[in-house]
Design a protein around this ligand. Structure first.
Ligand code: SF4
Length: 275
C-alpha cells in the first residue's frame, strides 16, 4: 500500500501528535497524514481496559459539569460504578486550592507555529491575579513517576501554550512562565498530585523544541518505524507494520498512560449528561 508523506498545510498539532512523532515517526504518518484506520486491539485484557477508559471519560465529564456549577448531589447519582464512586468522592473531598480563582473548563487554546497551528484542550485552567494553575485529571490505577510526566509532550505543550496564547484569560496581559503551574491530579491518589512549576528558561527550551519538531515534521520525506519496539505494544498499527499481532499487557502506570493516550479521548464524542 502506498503511504502519503506530505503533511497538509496548515496542520493542527497537539500534544498527542507531537508525542506520537516522538514515540514513532511512522505512527504519526499513518495516523495524521495517511489517516489510516487499522483496527487492532490496543491493550489486554480488552474488556477491563475499555471499561476503565470509559469510566475515565465519564469522570472527566462529571468534574467538568461540577466546575460549571451543577450541584454535586445531582451528579453523584451518575457515579454509579465502584471506580467512579471512589474517584468522585476523592474529588469532592479534595481541596484543589482554587476557591477564588476564575475557572476555565475544557478550555481550548491555539496559536500559529510556522505555517501550522498548535492546539491544546485543558481540563481546567484556574486563574487569579496573573497566576495560572493548569489541572489535568488522571484516572490511572498506578501513579506515574514525576520524571516521566515531566518529559511528556503534554507537560511541555500545556505550559508553554498558556504562556503564548493565554493573555485573554488574564485581562489581556500575557501569563508569565513563573506564574504558571501544571498539576496532574490522580483520582486514585488524591493526596499525591504531580506539580510542575514553570520558568522562563523552561519556556524557552519547550517552545524552541516545539518549533523544531514542527519544522522537522513539515519537511520530513520519510517517517521511519521506531527502533524501540516497546512503543509497538499498544499501537493499533502493529499488524500493519508487522510488529506483532498480540496486544501488550499494561504492567505499569507509564504503560497505562501510553495506552490511554493512544485511545485518543475525544470529548466531542461523549454525549452530554442527561438529568
Ligand atoms: S506498530 Fe510500532 S512501528 Fe508501527 S506505527 Fe506503531 S509504534 Fe510505529
Amino acid at each position: 500500500m502506498d503511504v502519503k508523506s506530505q503533511l497538509p498545510t496548515p496542520f493542527t498539532f497537539s500534544q498527542s501528535s507531537l508525542q506520537d512523532y516522538a514515540d514513532c515517526p511512522r505512527r504519526f504518518q499513518l495516523r495524521y497524514i495517511e489517516q489510516l484506520s487499522w483496527p487492532a486491539i490496543e491493550t489486554e485484557p480488552v474488556v477491563e481496559n475499555e471499561r476503565r477508559q470509559l469510566e475515565g471519560q465519564l469522570f472527566h465529564r462529571l468534574v467538568q459539569q461540577h466546575l460549571l456549577g451543577l450541584p454535586a448531589e445531582k451528579l453523584s447519582r451518575l457515579a454509579n460504578t465502584p471506580d467512579l464512586q471512589r474517584w468522585w468522592q476523592n474529588y469532592l473531598a479534595a481541596d484543589l486550592g482554587i476557591g477564588d480563582y476564575a475557572r476555565f473548563t475544557e478550555l481550548a487554546l491555539s496559536c500559529p507555529v510556522g505555517k501550522h497551528r498548535l492546539l491544546a484542550k485543558y481540563d481546567l485552567a484556574a486563574i487569579k491575579d496573573g497566576k495560572a494553575i493548569i489541572f489535568d485529571w488522571k484516572t490511572y490505577a498506578k501513579r506515574p513517576r514525576n520524571e516521566w510526566l515531566s518529559a511528556r509532550w503534554q507537560t511541555r505543550v500545556y505550559r508553554s501554550l498558556l504562556t503564548v496564547a493565554g493573555a485573554h484569560l488574564n485581562g489581556g496581559q500575557p501569563i508569565v512562565p513563573e506564574k504558571i503551574e501544571m498539576v496532574y491530579w490522580f483520582a486514585d491518589y488524591p493526596n499525591d498530585p504531580a506539580r510542575f512549576p514553570y520558568d522562563a528558561k523552561q519556556f524557552k527550551r519547550d517552545w524552541s523544541a516545539i518549533e523544531k519538531m514542527v519544522s522537522e515534521i513539515s519537511s520530513a520525506k520519510k517517517f521511519e518505524l521506531t527502533e524501540d519496539e516497546k512503543m509497538c505494544r499498544f499501537c493499533t498499527y502493529r499488524s500493519y507494520c508487522d510488529r506483532g499481532r498480540q496486544a501488550g499487557q499494561i504492567e505499569d502506570s507509564e504503560a497505562e498512560m501510553e495506552a490511554e493516550e493512544l485511545f485518543d479521548v475525544n470529548f466531542e464524542q461523549i454525549g452530554e449528561i442527561a438529568f
